[in-house]
Design a protein around this ligand. Structure first.
Ligand code: FAD
Ligand code: EPU
Length: 348
């Protein structure tokens, strides 16, 4: 019989590892192998280990943006390296390097405690720093790409560590080169550029009203963070209380002609014009209009609080959750002719 755990230099390798506590949708699944690494330098030897060579590879952070529809047949790598390192300071801008395994929310709160500006709108997003560039996390009018200097990663194509400048990461709305080629990259650290003083982003719906409610007239970054925290807590279900992965669908972008037709037929549908001429539509509105908000099939459901959030009421399997998501996607497609794309990575 093969051993259940193997100790390799800098890492513990577990065979047939349970994933239930490693994804926020709380889906029961297993991985053929799972390796937790405290030091990314151990990666090359791990990937060259004879038992693991050639297996499908998945880098996993906190599992807050994945849906396991079945067991993972290969190797899962979890980087646990944390740490925040100041690497430079120029003209009111501070450069910092953060380990991939650091908690995203803890890192945002650290920047606020240091009086740094740039990440306040991104407070309370679950997950790790290493996953943040994958879909270029965004919230309340800000995307992380604008604060990223570069991304350090193991490149499986060239078998070496690289440091990719932000301009080379192809960042877009919930998109990056890492998301497009998931088998190629394992992100080991992210370098950020933050300001000592800088413009705050207050234009996203609800922020100014929340600040007014807090009686803040001259907001600083900490106030904006508090306003976003209050809005998020009201709107989104807490994964600690009910399994979910945040928005399950991206907001779709359509061409101007389809947007105009939809505007005529559905004046209430929120539309946001994009720089490239396309129009972004509210996926939540589209889902709600099909009557799917609050829908439940067994333990798989659509949140009653937010139409874009797929929830696990208890024991839903990944396949059941995915079946419900497909049903919602098809309902929106039939009614509006708009095809929604899943935001989380659907595995295997
Ligand atoms: P995981 O779920 O573990 O992985 C997500 C993807 O990244 C997978 O494809 C995985 O393979 C890849 N990946 C992870 N780590 C690495 C690495 N080191 N190297 C290479 N690939 C890697 N997202 C937003 O953008 N905005 C929001 O406002 C937002 N709100 C959310 C609210 C809730 C309640 C929840 C549950 C999720 C929300 N999300 C949001 C989604 C999620 O938090 C982010 O996508 C987050 O960055 C995922 O981090 P993670 O560590 O959990 O990644
Ligand atoms: N709406 C509905 N029904 C609902 C919820 C929302 O019709 O149940 C409509 C409302 O008109 C509302 C609009 O949708 O004004 C936008 O809603 P919200 O502000 O909640 O934003 P969203 O587009 O649903 C996006 C991100 C979130 C991010 C928020 C805030 C995507 C896919 N989702 O949601 O990110 O936190 O904006 O910026 O872009 C995530 O990616 O997991 C995530 C939670």
């Amino acid at each position: 019989m093969r051993p259940a755990q193997i100790e390799l230099p800098g890492c513990m390798l577990i065979e047939d590892a349970p994933l239930d506590a490693r994804n926020t949708l709380r889906v029961k699944a297993r991985s053929a192998w799972l390796a937790a690494l405290s030091d990314p330098a151990a990666l090359p030897r791990l990937l060259d280990f004879p038992t693991l060579r050639g297996l499908p590879l998945l880098a996993l952070g906190a599992g807050s943006n994945v849906l396991f529809t079945g067991d993972w047949p290969g190797l899962i790598v979890q980087l646990r390296n944390g740490g925040i390192e100041r690497i430079g300071e120029t003209q009111g801008q501070v450069q910092l390097r953060v380990g991939a395994g650091e908690s995203w929310d803890a890192w945002v709160r650290w920047t606020l405690a240091q009086g740094l500006v740039g990440l306040e709108n991104l407070i309370l997003i679950p997950g790790t720093v290493g996953a943040a560039p994958i879909q270029n996390i965004g919230a309340y009018g800000v995307e992380v790409a604008r604060s990223i200097l570069s991304v350090e990663a193991w490149d499986r194509e060239r078998n070496c560590f690289v440091d990719l400048r932000a301009d080379d990461c192809a960042f877009g709305y919930r998109d990056s080169c890492f998301r497009r080629e998931p088998q190629r990259w394992i992100i080991s650290a992210v370098r950020f550029n933050l300001a000592r003083e800088g413009a705050l982003h207050l234009d996203y719906a609800g922020i100014r009203e929340e600040l007014a409610g807090m009686r803040v007239e001259q907001p600083r970054a900490v106030h904006v963070a508090e306003a976003v925290l209050r809005l998020r807590t009201r709107k989104l279900p807490d994964p600690a209380l009910i399994g979910n992965a945040g928005s399950f669908f991206k907001n779709p972008r359509v061409d101007a002609a389809l947007a105009a037709t939809l505007r005529m037929r559905h004046p209430g549908l929120p539309q946001w014009p994009q720089a490239d001429g396309s129009i972004k539509l509210s996926a939540a509105w589209l889902v709600e209009a099909t009557g799917c908000k609050g829908l439940r099939e067994g333990d798989a459901g659509i949140s009653e609080r937010h139409a874009l959030v797929l929830v696990n009421h208890g024991a839903a399997s990944g396949a059941q959750l995915w079946a419900l998501a497909v049903r919602v996607r098809d309902a929106v497609h039939m009614r509006f002719g708009v095809l929604l794309e899943a935001e989380p990575r659907v595995l295997p």
